[in-house]
Write a protein that binds this ligand. Structure first.
Ligand code: IPM
Ligand code: MG
Length: 383
């Protein structure tokens, strides 16, 4: 897929003389540590290539609830809209776990995704050969490697449908049900079509295979999902197209992950499947993501892992997912492919030399390091 179709259009990068304005949202827990790591790596890249990354640090999530009473203020969203791109760490933590749904730190993510119209969430799941021992799968399941691009719809479905509570009526035996809670999965043809096209375009540029994941044997929204997929598939005869029910997809992903290329799916199924993909590649600490919308809107880049409050502030977090998210930002928002390649190679080089944060330290002879040293080791290859 052409980078241009997602780049921050309306901006002439050459005219901007290599100055890129990045809204940085560290968020909560390990979010602070990993975004700091990613910015250090970005600065190293800037030094080498003569770019200038200008950061504006913003509050969102639990820290914003503490400071402003809400997870995302309209001013913060506005700052994000004005930026060229958003780099986010993670939000949430036990301190805010008992707040009502609409007031939780996670609300910031939904408001950013919705507010910036980031409908396409790209979650690449790659098995680094150096980390194959960290994967819980047997060697025979890993023989074809893992290189999957999960394309998760991000602004519709269950996450954004009507929800609420209402009196629940009576059980078959006549006893009262009490309150009933509901969430709604709704997808329109237009919403489905735009995400499916992202899937096909990506597949066309990769191994030319697209797997659409739904639950069309039960859900009406999935039946429409499949209809639209099949219609769009006709425009991409060069891409092999298949579909799975989500339960089967979850099974096949652990049995033969090497057979998948691009997976396109709904918001809810994408959330689940991407964690599964994270697990089979060894560590969710290695997985970056890009959330992209229509041209003209900034993209948002964030590690797939959460705020991991249990290890926050202890220099234990794996910075690789955030660093790789920064690489995705360079590639997808700024069209800086060479710079992105260099970051990805620098991560591989650090792994090759044996450096491992605790989450990926599965072999005897590896060198266990913390967040800061891992970042330094990655930067050693960016000179
Ligand atoms: C993710 C996370 C979020 C989601 C949570 C934190 C709201 O799990 O990005 O996968 O469910 O989308
Ligand atoms: Mg998730």
């Amino acid at each position: 897929m052409s980078v241009k179709s997602f780049s921050r259009t309306g901006i002439d990068w050459e005219e901007k003389m290599g100055v890129y304005n990045i809204a940085v949202i560290p968020g909560d827990g390990i979010g602070t540590e990993v975004t700091e790591a990613a910015c250090k790596v970005l600065d190293a890249v800037a030094g080498k290539f003569g770019h200038q990354f200008v950061y504006k640090t913003l509050l969102a999530g639990g820290c914003a609830i503490d400071a402003h009473g809400v997870a995302l203020t309209p001013e913060t969203l506005n700052e994000c809209k004005k930026s060229d791109s958003v780099l986010l760490g993670a939000v949430g933590g036990p301190k805010w776990d008992n707040l009502p749904g609409a007031e939780r730190p996670e609300r910031a993510l939904l408001d950013l995704r919705g507010g910036l119209e980031l409908f396409a969430n790209l979650r690449p799941a790659i098995l680094y050969p150096q980390l194959s021992s960290a994967s819980p799968l047997k060697d025979e399941n890993l023989k074809n490697g893992i290189d999957i691009m999960i394309v998760r719809e991000l602004t519709g479905g269950l996450y954004f449908g009507d929800r609420g509570r209402r009196p629940g009526g009576v059980m078959p035996d006549g006893s009262p049900k009490g309150m009933e809670a509901f969430d709604t999965e709704a997808y329109s043809e237009a919403e489905i079509e735009r995400i499916v096209r992202v899937g096909f375009e990506l597949a066309k540029a990769r191994k030319k295979k697209l797997t659409s994941v739904d639950k069309a044997n039960i859900l009406e929204s999935s039946r429409l999902w499949r209809e639209v997929n099949e219609r769009v598939a006709k425009e991409y005869p060069e891409v092999e197209y298949e579909y799975y029910y989500v339960d089967n997809a979850a099974m096949q992903l652990v049995r033969r992950p090497g057979d998948f290329d691009v997976i396109v799916t709904t918001n809810m199924f994408g959330d689940i499947i991407s964690d599964e993909a994270g697990m089979i590649t060894g560590s969710i600490g290695m997985l970056p993501s890009a959330s992209l919308g229509k041209p003209g809107m900034p993209g948002m880049y964030e590690p797939v892992h959460g705020s991991a409050p249990d290890i926050a502030g202890q220099d234990k977090a794996n910075p690789c997912a955030a660093i790789l998210s920064a690489a995705m930002m360079l590639r997808w928002s700024f069209g800086l492919g060479e710079e992105a390649d260099l970051i990805e190679q620098a991560i591989c080089a650090a792994l090759d030399r044996g450096y491992r944060t605790p989450d990926i330290a599965y072999t005897q002879n590896c060198i266990r390091v913390g967040t800061k040293e891992m970042t330094t080791r990655v930067m050693e290859s960016i000179v």
